[in-house]
Every structure is written in structure tokens, then in C-alpha cells.
Design a binder for this molecule. Structure first.
Ligand code: ATP
Length: 354
């Protein structure tokens, strides 16, 4: 599908840097979030996601770089806008509700209009998330999922330009999480809210994000649609974030990299250079012997319900491979099968760098 007409992004982050005790926590991070879009900031623990979010919120001061929200600079030579003066709504992992205020007062906390208008806004939001009957309760009288919804509508109530959410679902029981996540997503989409959400969970990022920005060691590695990150990862590390990988390597010759699983197109890679090929387990499939494929000795095969997981070693060479195939397919351990990568599924990377 073509991209929507370019308009001014709601959130613009450029060249943000932050060091702690001389060590870079965030280095040269920049990206935009368009109006009404959800961008997930994804990466392993300690990669700088929260620090990035906190700098956008104004909780943490960047050493350098700039943040613009709704076209307005959040800092300049003259000063740095504190969090309460930024048009942002904040939701944290622990929800951070005010324990001494009831639900209605929590939701209304950031509202500045006339009392009657505020009451209407609070009532409308409580109703929207199914909590009308809980207005007079205190946070400790609510379930985790209910607290999460209160935190969400409290942040939404003043109609912020951008919602900043740091692991907003990770303290919820996993049985509850799917429902709460879907409800939150519906509300954010209906209100066309612009969102930046931090998560370490790739599945959550795929589920929630129109776009995903992957960070590693303080740097932004890749930013794009979920399908772009999954199918065209910038490097092996990004690819490995979303699933196990089968890795084979070889040299580039005649524009193709020659590996133990056959030859794969290696566009843009220098002749004679080493390249790695990554294939996701669901894309490495058993073949009929007649149609070719690479022989592999089965080590273990298990049925997982929706699919079977076959672990094997290529012959010759002995490289360990995994194949996930739909249904019940359990070749005997020790038997020889043939496997091949599905056409177009191989991800080829230059060997330097990663
Ligand atoms: P997590 O998911 O574990 O919160 P993260 O990706 O959000 O990880 P950050 O919390 O941004 O990572 O931390 C990035 C790095 O900066 C880490 O090495 C962390 O220890 C360090 N760091 C963060 N805040 C501070 C601070 N106030 N003082 C010193 N070091 C800090």
C-alpha cells in the first residue's frame, strides 16, 4: 500500500544523546511518529529505550539532540520544558496511580477546564473503558487490569499530543494481558492518539505497533513497519529478535552466496566476501527427495500441537537446523530427510559487523 500523504509528524526526535558516568546510554537516536500512529520502541533490557522515552517526556535531560511535539520544540537555548508543561500523557509499568485519590479524581488529575466539563470528560472516559461503576473506588480496590485502564484514561484525559507508555502491560498476568492490550489498542486507535510505547517483547511490538523502532546498545538499529522488520531485518541481530534462526554461511560467487543449504542471491555483496544466510525455522521445510534439498539427519522431532519441531544436522557439515512444520510430522530420530529454504525466505547479511 502507498504511504499516506506526508504531513508533519506529531513527534520528532533527532540525534538524542545521553551519557551516564561517561557511558553512552542513548547515542544519536532519531525517528518520527506520525499523527495517530503507534510506534513501539523495541530492544533488550538496558539498550536505552526507557532513557529515550524519559528524554521525550522531559523527565531526563538529553546531553544533546532535540524533541519536537506537535511541531513545537521542547527545549532550546533558552530552556528545557519540564514534563508537566509538555503535551504528553504518561503510562508506566507500575501505573503510578495516586493511592489517596479515588478513580474519578485520578482520571481528572490533569484536567484544567471548568468542573462541569471535567466531570463530563471523566464520565465519558470511564464509560468508554467500562469502569463507570468504579468512579468512587480507590486504586487498591481495583484489579491490575482495572488499574491499567485507569492509568490509560488518566493519561488520555487532557488530550495529549503524544502518549508515552513504558512497558504498560508487563506487570499484568499473561492471561489478562491480551484482553487489556486489545482494549487499550481499540481506545488509542478510536481516539487517533499518537503513541510511543516501550517494550522488550517483539510479539507485543508486532501486535501494537504501526511501526517498530529497534534499539541495541543505545543506538537505533532499524525503524519500519512490522512486516519490514520481520522480513527485511537490517542485520542478523534484528532478525534474531523475532525468532530462532538457522544460520549458514559461505562466500559470494557469481552474485550468490554458496552455503550448505544451497546458493542464495546476495545482491550488493562483494564477490569473494563472506556472507551469512538466516532462515526462520518455519521457512526451512522438508522436501521430497526427487525435488532436491539438502540431506539432514534427524536428531529430535516433537509435536507441539499447531506444528511439529524437527531438529536436525545437515549432511555433510553437521550444522544444527530447526524446522517448524504445520501439523503432525515426526520423522524418526536418526533418519535422513531433505530440507530446503522456501523461495524468497532467506535473509542474507554481510559477515562483517554482526
Ligand atoms: P529496561 O527494559 O531494562 O528498562 P532500557 O532499554 O529501558 O532497559 P534504560 O533504562 O534506558 O534501558 O538504560 C540504558 C542504560 O543506561 C543502562 O545501562 C542503564 O543501566 C543506564 N542508566 C539508565 N538510567 C541511569 C541513571 N539514572 N544513572 C546511571 N545509569 C543509568
Amino acid at each position: 500500500a502507498p504511504d499516506p500523504a506526508p504531513s508533519q509528524p506529531m513527534l520528532e526526535v533527532s540525534a538524542l544523546c545521553r551519557r551516564f558516568a561517561g557511558v553512552a546510554a542513548v547515542e544519536d537516536v532519531g525517528f518520527d511518529v506520525a499523527q495517530g500512529e503507534v510506534t513501539c520502541l523495541l530492544g533488550p533490557s538496558g539498550c536505552g529505550k526507557s532513557t529515550t522515552l524519559r528524554m521525550i517526556a522531559g523527565i531526563e535531560r538529553p546531553d544533546s539532540g532535540a524533541v519536537r511535539i506537535g511541531g513545537r520544540a521542547m527545549s532550546d537555548a533558552g530552556g528545557f520544558l519540564p514534563p508537566e508543561r509538555r503535551p504528553v500523557g504518561l503510562v508506566f509499568q507500575d501505573f503510578a496511580l495516586f493511592p489517596h485519590l479515588d478513580v474519578a479524581a485520578n482520571v481528572g488529575f490533569g484536567l484544567q477546564g471548568p468542573a462541569r466539563q471535567n466531570r463530563d470528560r471523566i464520565g465519558e472516559l470511564l464509560e468508554r473503558v467500562g469502569l463507570s461503576g468504579h468512579a468512587a473506588k480507590y486504586p487498591h480496590e481495583l484489579s491490575g487490569g482495572e488499574q491499567q485502564r485507569v492509568a490509560l484514561i488518566r493519561a488520555l484525559a487532557p488530550r495529549p499530543c503524544v502518549m508515552l507508555m513504558d512497558e504498560p502491560f508487563s506487570s499484568l498476568d499473561h492471561r489478562l494481558r491480551d484482553g487489556v492490550r486489545d482494549a487499550a489498542l481499540d481506545l488509542l486507535r478510536e481516539t487517533e492518539t499518537t503513541v510511543l510505547m516501550v517494550t522488550h517483547d517483539p510479539e507485543e511490538a508486532m501486535l501494537m505497533g504501526h511501526r517498530i523502532a529497534v534499539m541495541r546498545k543505545g543506538r537505533l538499529i532499524q525503524e519500519g513497519r512490522p512486516d519490514e522488520l520481520y522480513n527485511r531485518p537490517a542485520d542478523r541481530g534484528v532478525a534474531a529478535f523475532f525468532s530462532d534462526l538457522n544460520i549458514v554461511s559461505g562466500r559470494v560467487s557469481g552474485g550468490r552466496v554458496q552455503t550448505g543449504l544451497g546458493a542464495f542471491p546476495a545482491p550488493g555483496l562483494a564477490e569473494g566476501s563472506r556472507a551469512e544466510v538466516a532462515i526462520r525455522p518455519q521457512h526451512l521445510v522438508p522436501t521430497d527427495t526427487e525435488t532436491g534439498g539438502t540431506p539432514a539427519r534427524v536428531e529430535r522431532a516433537r509435536y507441539l500441537g499447531r506444528e511439529s519441531l524437527i531438529e536436525m544436522r545437515l549432511e555433510p557439515g553437521g550444522a544444527a537446523m530447526k524446522s517448524r512444520v504445520p501439523g503432525l510430522i515426526l520423522p524418526a530420530p536418526g533418519s535422513l530427510i531433505h530440507v530446503a529454504a522456501q523461495p524468497g525466505s532467506a535473509m542474507v547479511f554481510a559477515c562483517d559487523g554482526e
